[in-house]
Design a protein around this ligand. Structure first.
Ligand code: FMN
Length: 196
């Protein structure tokens, strides 16, 4: 079974990664996890949690500076890579092909090997450099999936917002989920709201 690769870089919104990994593992997928140095700090700050303490059969943690990792080679195949959240720094490194760490290197491989690469950037406002990097990456084959939850489903909790972004990532990976009902118009949203 080919794995998914999930990388967490140093941007706000690390909770999206937590729920994505949780879903993939419960879905019996294999997951290779990479975490940048700054991401570790933000995980501590935003979640007061450590992914390193997670001991799960299908979850493999790889040091983001380990060039000896199988992930550093295109001969290691995956079902796709998601960088969530994706900092502007990581975005810039991938866009410029400077593989300074294993996250950038694996993203570079994903593009050259035509494997799915989903980037979930989180920054606001965006400057010209951020936008140009995203445009370049989109042209190179990456999917840019900004951490921008929608409000047409009338979210009531933070969990609803997390589910929206996690669900969108899963859909782009081709994985079915029930994190929210399929959208079939404003009337349905009203009906679901009354039910809950
Ligand atoms: C608490 C905190 C929150 C941050 N949030 C963001 C963010 O939302 N987006 C972003 O692009 N950078 C953010 N940064 C800055 C990045 O962490 C910084 O540019 C770092 O060099 C990114 O490196 P990495 O991509 O290798 O993790 C944040 C930094 C800290 C300390």
């Amino acid at each position: 079974m080919l794995p998914y690769i999930v990388a967490i870089s140093g941007a706000s919104g690390v909770i999206y990664a937590k729920y994505l990994i949780d879903f993939l593992i419960r879905n019996n997928s294999l997951v290779y996890l990479l975490i940048s140095k700054n991401a570790h700090k933000i995980i501590k700050e935003e979640l007061n949690f450590s992914f390193l303490n997670l001991k799960l059969k299908n979850l493999f943690y790889e040091d983001y500076l380990n060039w000896g990792s199988p992930l550093a080679s295109g001969s290691f195949k995956s079902k796709g890579m998601v960088i969530v959240p994706c900092s502007m720094s990581t975005l810039a490194c991938i866009s410029n092909g400077t593989s300074n760490n294993l996250i950038h290197r694996r993203a570079d491989i994903s593009l050259k090997e035509k494997e799915k690469l989903i980037l979930v950037p989180r920054e606001t406002p965006l400057n010209l450099i951020h936008l140009e990097n995203m445009l370049k990456l989109s042209k190179a084959g990456a999917e840019i999936l900004p951490a921008m939850p929608a409000f047409y489903r009338r979210p009531e909790t933070i969990q609803d917002l997390i589910n929206f972004i996690t669900g969108r990532i899963l859909e782009r990976l081709g994985i079915k989920h029930k994190l929210y009902p399929p959208y079939s118009g404003a009337k349905d949203v009203e009906k679901n709201r009354k039910k809950s």
